[in-house]
Design a protein around this ligand. Structure first.
Ligand code: UDX
Length: 437
């Protein structure tokens, strides 16, 4: 099929490249000329396994091109996917849907033949209904410009794989023709056995935020348990393993640590709370405020623990930090707990040296005042304390012997509960983690 993808950030670039890989002809629409030029050269700005390779292959094959023109987009495709961002508003918890509005308002006047526009962006419930009206009111074909909402659940670090092999396909729609088109389009995945849920707009919009709210709740639940474990001498990893054996609970997303970050979970739960307020049902979503608070508290606790571990005074203490990205296999530092903690320690006078295998550059753009090292060992040179904050596999390979003669003091904090604490303790290190013995 000939499809277009409007907005070529994380979601859009991945969707465009993956759909070209499935054999579709794809035109990507990107308004930022620099980003567009880079994509047209087959380059992506973020570190995402497989993405650069798949994207450049299909730019070369000619199956994937980019434009900045809505007229060209409208003329090109039968299906238009809207993948623009919905970040948190600067002075509110609400999602900023202006890019969604701009995309629909820009496209609609050019839609002069029956077509299907598919929203994939994460939006506050009610947006799809509103965008359907924008399409009908502004397109020359009126109600023949159909709308579907088809949320995307990709995880960073697995974006291409998740897009090509989703665990479910949700279609929010009002018209059987939209369902038929989407089923034809996603036929390779449906034939693989991927479950399809056909529902209304509101449910489709809610599925995405509800899923992220649930994941955030799991993480904050186990982080709250970690604090209980600390107060009682229990061990949160044994606890998570034990409750996780219950199929109804499940072990995934029960890793206690410094909490969740990134471009989705934090802003999506805040936007959800805000939207609930607008709908007059804020009380039903109050618990999500607590989930957010527990998450923030984790970060603050790490600052306190670091202070205690260096003897009560952060000013002048040298701290080596392993990790800046919000999670491994990503160079994304949006709302990264690792970087927030590093920034706070620096503000309190510590001399912080950060190393991340992929995110030094992106971290440096947001936090230029921190110092960055070229390796995990270099970050620890002369350190009074080492903080392990993002669980890249390479940090697990480091042994206490590797830091002999490197650090000034043998103290390590594991913020992700993956290091072999006994090995570090036996080598004479003072060790701390969250919720662990
Ligand atoms: C998330 C959702 O998983 C995805 O479905 C949605 O489309 C976008 O948001 P992503 O932002 O890539 O994806 O990150 P995810 O893998 O969910 O991790 C989010 C945060 O939670 C990370 O900071 C991670 O370190 C943290 N986390 C995850 C934990 O602290 N403990 C866990 O057990 C799991």
């Amino acid at each position: 099929m000939r499809i277009t993808v409007i907005g070529c950030g994380y979601l859009g670039a991945t969707h465009a490249a993956a759909m070209a890989d499935l054999g579709h002809e794809v035109l990507g629409m990107e308004i930022d000329p620099e980003k567009r030029a880079a994509l047209s050269r087959g380059e992506v700005s973020m570190f995402e396994p497989q993405l650069a390779e798949v994207l450049s292959r299909h730019v070369e094959s000619g199956r994937l091109r980019f434009t900045g023109s809505y007229a060209e987009v409208a003329a090109f495709g039968e299906l238009h996917f809207v993948c623009v961002g919905t970040p948190q508003q600067p002075e509110s918890l609400a999602a900023d849907v202006s890019q969604v509005e701009t995309a629909f308002a820009g496209l609609a006047p050019h839609l002069d033949h029956p077509t299907l526009v598919v929203g994939k962006s994460t939006v506050p419930v009610g947006t799809a209904e509103w965008m359907a009206q924008v399409l009908t009111a502004n397109s020359p074909v009126g109600s023949e410009a159909l709308l579907a909402w088809n949320p995307e659940f990709l995880r960073e670090g697995f974006a291409v794989q998740d897009t090509l092999h989703p665990d479910r396909i949700v279609m929010g729609l009002q018209d059987g023709r939209a369902e038929k088109l989407l089923r034809d389009f996603y036929a390779p995945m449906i034939d693989e056995g991927t479950p399809v849920v056909v529902t209304d707009y509101a449910t489709a919009e809610l599925v995405k935020v509800a899923a992220n709210a649930f994941l955030a709740t799991k993480i904050s639940f186990i982080n709250a348990m970690a604090e209980v474990c600390e107060a009682t001498g229990a061990d949160v990893v044994d606890l998570a393993d034990s409750i996780g054996y219950d199929d109804r609970i499940g072990r995934r997303f029960l890793n206690a640590g410094i909490g969740f970050g990134g471009g989705c979970l934090p802003k999506d739960i805040r936007a959800f709370v805000h939207r609930a307020g607008e709908l007059g049902i804020e009380d039903a979503m109050t618990f999500l405020r607590h989930i957010d608070d527990v998450n923030q508290r984790q970060r603050e606790r790490v600052v306190d623990i670091a202070r205690a571990m260096v003897g009560g005074k952060l000013a002048g203490a040298r701290i080596g930090v392993w990790g800046a990205a919000f999670k491994p296999d990503s160079d994304d530092v949006r709302d990264s707990p690792a970087l927030w903690i590093s920034g706070q320690l620096h503000l309190r006078g510590a001399r912080v040296r950060v190393y991340d295998p992929q995110a030094n550059v992106t971290a440096g753009q947001g936090y230029p005042t921190l110092s960055y090292a070229d390796s995990a060992i270099e970050a620890c040179q002369g350190a009074d304390l080492v903080l392990h904050l993002t669980e890249w596999p390479e940090f697990r390979q480091i042994t206490p012997a590797d830091l002999d003669g490197v650090v000034a003091r043998q103290r390590i904090f594991d913020g992700r509960n993956v290091l072999d604490l006994d090995a570090w303790r036996s080598a004479g290190w003072k060790v701390r983690a969250l919720g662990r013995r």
